[in-house]
Ligand binder design. Structure first.
Ligand code: MOS
Length: 696
């Protein structure tokens, strides 16, 4: 085999993404681009009331539309098997738990026919009074057992109230982050196809993890898992909204089986806010107590959020306060109220993104009161062990990120706010943290007699460059050139692996790939050439190792710096410069990692300045349902961004020594921008986004 004697490590190198050319030339096919012969099209009908039940469905006008195959309603849709996700219990009963809930499905020969038929379905409702308005003193607010991620909802140590009462310096503030929407570039889509005997279901789905889609579809359609194949070969982003199966894939499979034809269902973007999860709004009450030298004596972070009537999801926004600062009295609490709203779910850095906006804004306010540099305030409160658990950190280089960021950003030169004509200029800093997660995965590595290698794993590339980095991990473990390794991902026929979520994809898949390749190397060393015609293979399963609870607190850390320009005439806030420095273990691909950091920083920029969703109290609807109203940053909004990292060596992670990088870039970004705004203007806004109506 063509080993390189000095093992030029492919890991860390800026290898270009393998499918880049296919993607930019349109050759890479996404879920909706698969069109089996005789494919029909489905279009769902969303409820137009916020709470109540369907009492009639008149499908006659819809079935009169040319090319219509049929309309499924709650009265006649096929019955589904059990699932623990009530958002997939579709067309099974007449209940309407929120506006936008699907109440019918039109199926036709063409996309246009399905859409016309869907709009012609006449649904009669009986409405109940609804309540979609979140407030911290809502009468139905409760403290759940757990918040998302399995975190206890409430944690407390020391007597925070007493410490706060005794503290010479206090911050007592309320921050608000409204609902936010994932809006991946590629909306959710699936193409479902049953074989003639309806014994096997094949689905092309836009998903962050086809393995979970397969097991849920198997349960819903009462099949064994090997009767279901799910393919997610190329996925145009998800940001959490494709982390679990969504209604489109269930409805496509249901319609395909019912009508005996392949069915394609691509959700219109306007349906996404109500059907694929959203970041729940969070109200934050933060109190800090400190001595005059900046030493924290008390910290309380209490959040109130909403969930739906059908499923409890609690944005774990107070969790990062358990990790960040040394403080003897620490209380973190989540409260939630079930409203008649769509079910919230994961959105990039659930918990950390809104939580660190609030906490890092409060730290900035404290620095301002004390007249201490905000970086020094954070350095002064560095913990030796994780404050909540008492565990040692496997590695923590937050201070190094802050220091290096300050150096690169020119922090010392930015300490005075400036005025340039009508513009106010200011700078801000904030810290970032994200947990190191890892999930069990399996992989197979294969050596061919021609000197090539194939690595197989059901990983998913949601735009991150998964194929590329896994080839790098494999080449490194095999000690072979990068271009001799092929990688097969995105298909449930491959060895099972975790989803692309929780910033744990590369760590989880890479671990299995590393182990399979290491085992293959050992086999090859024992084997005398030539290899047998079918080559040699080795497999690995990381279930044991990935499930072990480490005696360490494992987190990535980072520091964000931003310079903003506030227009005193129009109230427009623009970010001029953004810079992030991250400590995320070993960076496995300098090119794709930088893109991940920057992409998340852009999403943080959107959270700070433009992304805004309103829950309409009367209609029970998110009013901004397309990209014309829900403003994600466009190129012209994005300034010079720099992403850097610390060369961090951490032996307590995985064989590659990597932490996750997918989400930390959005954590703390909005706080850095908000802090820069306050620096520029002398005013503190405690609600995002910083739009002109709030600024003026
Ligand atoms: Mo991410 S929100 O864990 O897909």
């Amino acid at each position: 085999m063509p080993t390189l004697p000095d093992s030029p490590s492919a890991l860390g190198s800026p290898a270009r993404r393998r499918e880049g050319r296919e993607k930019v030339t349109g050759a890479a096919r996404y879920a909706a681009e698969h069109t089996p012969p005789d494919c029909a099209y489905a279009w769902p009908v969303p409820a137009t009331i916020a709470r109540g039940r369907v009492i009639s469905v008149d499908t006659a006008p819809a079935t009169a539309v040319p090319g219509v195959i049929g309309v499924l309603t709650p009265y006649d849709a096929p019955r589904l098997g059990a699932t623990d996700d009530p958002t997939l219990h579709l067309l099974q009963d007449p209940r309407v738990p929120h506006r936008g809930w699907y109440v019918a499905l039109a199926v036709a020969d063409t996309l246009e026919g399905a859409r016309d038929a869907a709009s012609a379905v006449r649904v009669g409702y009986e409405s109940d009074p609804h309540d979609v308005t979140l407030s911290a003193d809502h009468q139905r607010v409760y403290t759940p057992e757990e918040a998302n991620g399995g975190h206890p909802a409430h944690r407390e140590q020391g007597d925070a109230d007493a410490e706060l009462a005794a503290a010479p310096v206090r911050v007592d503030c309320v921050y608000a982050v409204g609902p936010l929407h994932n809006h991946p570039m590629e909306p959710h889509a699936a193409v479902a196809d049953w074989d003639g005997g309806r014994r096997h279901l094949t689905v092309h789905d836009s998903s962050q993890g086809s393995g979970l889609v397969r097991s849920v579809l198997a349960a819903l359609f009462k099949l064994t898992e090997d009767q279901v194949t799910v393919v997610s070969e190329h996925v145009g982003g998800g940001f959490g909204s494709k982390g679990t199966p969504r209604p489109h894939v269930v409805l496509a499979a249901m319609a395909s089986r019912h009508y005996g034809r392949p069915v394609k269902l691509a959700l219109p973007r306007a349906h996404l806010p109500a059907t694929v999860g959203h970041r729940a709004p969070t109200l934050h009450h933060i109190r800090l107590g400190a001595r005059t030298d900046g030493t924290l004596t008390a910290l309380t972070h209490e959040i109130t959020t909403h969930t739906s009537r059908i499923r409890e999801f609690v944005e774990q926004a107070a969790v990062p306060a358990r990790v960040m600062y040394a403080v003897p009295a620490l209380r973190t609490t989540h409260r939630v109220v079930a409203l008649d709203v769509p079910t919230p779910s994961w959105m990039r850095a659930p918990g950390e993104a809104p939580g660190m906006y609030a906490l890092e804004s409060a730290m900035d306010e404290l620095a301002g009161i004390l007249g201490i540099d905000p970086i020094e305030l954070r350095v002064r409160n560095e913990p030796r062990t994780e404050p909540d658990s008492g565990l040692p950190f496997s590695s923590r280089h937050l201070v190094e990120c802050l220091r290096e960021g300050a150096e690169r950003f020119g922090w010392a030169r930015c300490r005075e706010p400036r005025r340039e004509g009508p513009y106010l200029i200011g700078s801000g800093v904030a810290a970032a943290t994200y947990p190191v997660l890892v999930a069990p995965s399996t992989a197979r590595a294969h050596a061919r007699p021609d000197g090539g290698y194939l690595v197989e794993i059901n990983a998913t590339d949601i735009g991150t460059g998964a194929r590329t980095v896994l080839a790098q991990v494999a080449a490194d473990a095999l000690r072979v050139p990068l271009d001799s390794v092929s990688v097969a991902i995105g298909h449930t026929g491959l060895p099972a692996a975790s989803l692309a979520g929780g910033s744990c994809g590369t760590a989880s898949w890479g671990w299995a790939v590393h182990d399979a390749c290491t085992a293959l190397t050992a086999r090859l060393e024992r084997h005398h050439e030539p290899l047998p015609a079918r080559g040699l293979s080795a497999s690995a399963d990381t279930t044991q190792s990935a499930k072990q609870k480490p005696p360490y607190s494992r987190h990535a850390f980072g520091a964000h710096f931003a310079e903003v320009r506030v227009d005193t005439v129009t109230g427009e806030v623009r970010v001029r410069r953004m810079l992030g420095v991250f400590a995320a273990g070993r960076i496995l691909n300098a090119l794709t990692a930088r893109s991940q950091f920057k992409g998340a920083m852009v999403m943080g920029l959107g959270m700070a300045l433009t992304e805004h969703s309103t829950m309409d109290a009367v209609f029970g609807d998110f009013t901004e349902s397309d990209l014309a109203a829900y403003h994600v940053p466009a190129h012209a909004d994005v300034p010079a961004i720099e992403a850097h990292w610390i060369d961090e060596h951490d032996k307590h992670l995985n064989p590659m020594g990597s932490k996750g990088i997918g989400e930390i870039g959005i954590v703390g970004t909005a706080a850095a921008i908000g802090n820069a705004f306050s620096h520029a203007t002398g005013h503190r806004l405690r609600e995002l986004p910083l739009t002109p109506d709030r600024v003026l």
